[in-house]
Ligand binder design. Sequence first.
Ligand code: ADP
Length: 605
Amino acid sequence: MKDFRRLLRHLAPYKKYVGLNILFNILMAIFTVVSIPVFIPFFRILFGMETPISVRPEGIHSLDDAINMANYTFSQVIAEHGVSHALLLTCIVLVSMFFLKNLFRYLSMYFIAPVRNGIVRDIRQEIFDRMTILPLGYFSEERKGDLMSRIVADVQEIEWSILNVLEAVFRSPVIITGAMFIMIYMSPGLTLVIFVLMIFSGVIIGGISSRLRRQSGELQDILGMLVSTVEETLGGLRVIKAFRAERFQQGLFRKINETYRDTQTRIIRRRDLSSPLSEFMGIGVVAVLLWFGAQRIFAGEIGAEAFMAFLLAFYNVIEPSKSLTNAYYNIQKGLAAVDRVDKILDAPGGMPEIESPQRIHKITEGLRFENVSFTYAKAEQPALSGIDFFLPKGKTVALVGLSGAGKSTIADLIPRFYDVTEGKITIDGVDLRDVQVADIRDLLGIVTQDAILFHETVRNNITFGMEATDEAVKEAAGQAHAAEFIDQLPDGYEFNIGDRGGKLSGGQRQRLTIARALLRNPQLLILDEATSALDSESERLVQEALDILLADRTALVIAHRLSTIRRADEILVLREGRIVERGTHDDLIEKGGEYSKLVQLQGLG
Ligand code: ADP
């Protein structure tokens, strides 16, 4: 029930609409209920039971008085205008009542539509905002496709299953209560019988749906795997084709797809049991009712017309009872989706901050790693141990080492994507953990190995959320040696570069990310050089752009190009998470140790 209350919390901003919906639901229910007794005079005339009432009741003090008054008025109409006129009048009253009932029904749905869709929008936005805030560590544990499926499919499931229920919850009880009231008025004995039978049916149906929640959760998990597989396959099409792994991927997908089908079939079969079962139990109840009712009529305890009205009232109870049991089914299904959505919303948000963190907007001394060790969550070996170095303002420190040595991990610790396990990292002597996270990230500019670009215009890829004038953008592009190729694009700066910048060459993509970093003009640059080789012309352009970017800048570089390494003020050689050598290029070459081996191995220089 806790999850359900959480869901209701989303209703709060739509109080007005929900209120209107409830109001019109109640009006609709009232018109459903009051239209039932209108049939009584009709039956009376049809069954030839009409006995004129000539005494006008004095005032209306009770329900009986009201009914007598109605009967009296009806007798008067028959006396004055004849039977067929009276029948016509009954029909007109009926039509008007049903018109109003359905008008209110439409109005109630009219006002609930913005609530349903509004809640879907709110939950989606909440998940999306959350996704951007969650620490990076969260995403190495989760599959991207699964997260995507939650924001699309699970939220949709919540819409379908639970919000559908809103209608049932606000409308059905009113109709059931009203109809029951009429039934009790006409025959308390029969009503009691029906009530007991209905509760009995409800318990049986409830038993069937108890497993639905777990099954639905499974189904959504499988859907998540399905989307993940699509996402990973589309992302890796190049490699899949090159390795001719199409069949393998198809097989993977087929297996998940089939599991999805099987689970879905099981769920649908279970769900589909509810309608036939409730109809069958309904007719059982009706049979009992007919049997008992007939006995009462023969015994003269209840008139045939009243019994017909009783049946009508009961008929009106069936539909809302069904929608209530269906609601129970749907809630079970929807709650599974709520669980999955809540797992994201409840995950601890960004990196923890202290009570009143320090503000830093400039670097005056530099960045220092003090005996830093770091172990990834769930990893056995530390990725870094005892890392000690100082990066003074305006200087460049280069990290070199084989793949897996820990270079990227060092780079990821600076923006606090992760926190150190031991030791500390300081900027101007202040521990990063005591600084506002937003400030640290504002100081930084990051150029990553694979140019991270979005399906957007050139301009938006350069500004990337930053306010900047066209001149500033052009200047940054110029310095990055990107202006020339941008000018040749069909729409220049407004050209959409396609998925992950697919419409640009590798060198162009790199220069675009360099332009992005130049525009930010960061206090501290983290540069992860691309390893992929470019043709010599592109290489020269990228190199020149990098030279401009690095000039007099405080930079930590994961270096792969000899030219970049050469100009570094200090080189740190890493192996298995430790610094094994340090110094300038010339010192280290002269030493003839690890570094000189690396240079030979990687063909640097
Ligand atoms: P480099 O950048 O030098 O190639 P990394 O910093 O990426 O090296 O990796 C250092 C070590 O940490 C490697 O052993 C790698 O397997 C491990 N590692 C990297 N990222 C993660 C992660 N998200 N979870 C667990 N282990 C990781």
